[in-house]
Write a protein of this length. Sequence first.
Length: 392
Amino acid sequence: MKEESAGETFAPIGRPADNRRPVVAKLLWIGIWLAFMGAPVSDLLGDAHTAPAVVGGWLGLAAFVAVYFALVFRHTSKALARRLVWTALGTLYVLSSVLSLTLGRPWLTLFVYVSVACGACLPMRAARWAIPAVTATLLLAGLGHEGPGQILGAVAIPALLGGFAMTGVRQLVRTTVELREARATVAQLAANEERLRLARDLHDLLGHSLSLITLKSELAGRMLPGHPEQAAQQVADIEKVSRQALVDVREAVTGYRRATLAAELAGARTALAAAGVAADLPAALPPDAPDVPPEQEEALAWALREAVTNVVRHSGARRCTVRLRRTQTLDGAFLELTVEDDGRGTPGTPRAGNGLTGMGERLARAGGTVHAAPALPGFALRATVPLPTVPA
C-alpha cells in the first residue's frame, strides 16, 4: 500500500472496519485519547469566563471533537479525498488557534490533537512540515501566557513527538499490510504451482496408459472382422491397462489428499490465530512416538482438523489447547490427541453431528477411539490411535 502524493486520495491506515466489533474497538481506541481534553473541560466548568464565553467554548470544543473524530476514524478506515482532508485539518487548526487565544492557556492542548491528526492523515512528505508548523503555532499562542517553559514541556514537546510517532505508526501499519498482501500472493502462487504439479503428474500417469489404450483399440477394431480371438486379446489388454491406470490415479490423488499431523498442526495454528483464539499447541509429534503408521496419522490429523474447525466456528473460545502424547496401557501403546477450549461448550452429552460421526468412523477404521464431553470451562475432545508394538 503506497502513499499517493499527487493522487486524489491519501492511503488509508490498515483495513476498513466492516462489522460492529472493529468499529467499536476503533472508536474506543480513538476516544480514549480524548481524556487529555480534561484541561479545556475543567476551564469551562470553572468560573473564569463569562456566560457567552462558556457557551462559545462548549460549541467550539464540540465542533473540534466532531471534526477530529470524523477525520481520524473515517480516514483510517477508508481514504478521504485530498481536499476534504486538508479542509478538516484547517478547521481543527483554526478552532484550536481561536479557542486558545480567546479562552486561555488550558486550550493549548488542542494543538496536540491537530499534530496527531496531521501525522495520521497526511503523507510523510507533508507531515514533515505540518507537524513542526502546528507546534510553532502552539508556542506562539502560548507566548502571552505565564510560564512558557512549562508550556514547552507540557504541550509543545508532546505535540511534536505525538505527531511524528503517529507517522511511525502509519509506516508500521503500512508495512504490515504489505506483508499480509505479499503472504497472500505467495500462498496463491504456491497453490498454482501445486495445481501445475498435479497436472503434470496426472499427465505422466495417464499419458502412456491412454496412448496404449488408443493403440490397442485401433488394433482390436482392425482385427475384429477376421481375427476375433486376437481382437478379444487386445480388449483384455485394454481392460488390464485401464484398471492399472485407475489404480495409479487413485494412489496419486490419495497421496495428495493424505493429511499429516505436522501439516494440520501448522494449519490449526494459522486458523486459531486468524479467529483471534490464543493457541497452545505443539510444533511436532512427541519425541517418544516418532513412527506413526500413515493410516493412524491420517485419522488423527482429520480429527485435529475437525476439532479446531469446531472451536473456530462454534465455541466462541478465547484459548485453545492441543496436546499430543504417547500413552501406554495394558492393550498397548497409543498416541492421544486432546483438544480443549474455554468456550461456551454444550450442556449435557454432546449430540453427535456429522463431524463427530465422521471422525468416529474414520478413527474406528484406524483402530482408534474418540471421546467428546463438556469441560470446565468449555469443551474437550480426546482421540486415540494405536501405535505399532516395538520389539524388546
